[in-house]
Design a protein. Sequence first.
Length: 95
Amino acid sequence: MAIRNAYGQVLKAHRERLGMTQEDLARGMADGSGRDYIAKIEVGQIKMPRTQERRHAIARALGTTDSEVQRDARRLELGAQDFLMPRLPETRAGR
């Protein structure tokens, strides 16, 4: 099943998992991008940021890498959805 806006859906999933708003993410990019820019990506008006610098800024603001975001988008296009689930905090043995 092809997903029309895999990059935007993955971006939103990462952002929501971190408890960030679109405004938080835009601020974290520190490149002058606004909430409207993030919203356009998430709804598919912008398929994917054109420049590598902007994709890296988004990934950094999310605490991940552009490669990971793009990998998850490819996985979503192929039908995987496990990365969309909230990740449980890691615990150490004996705590």
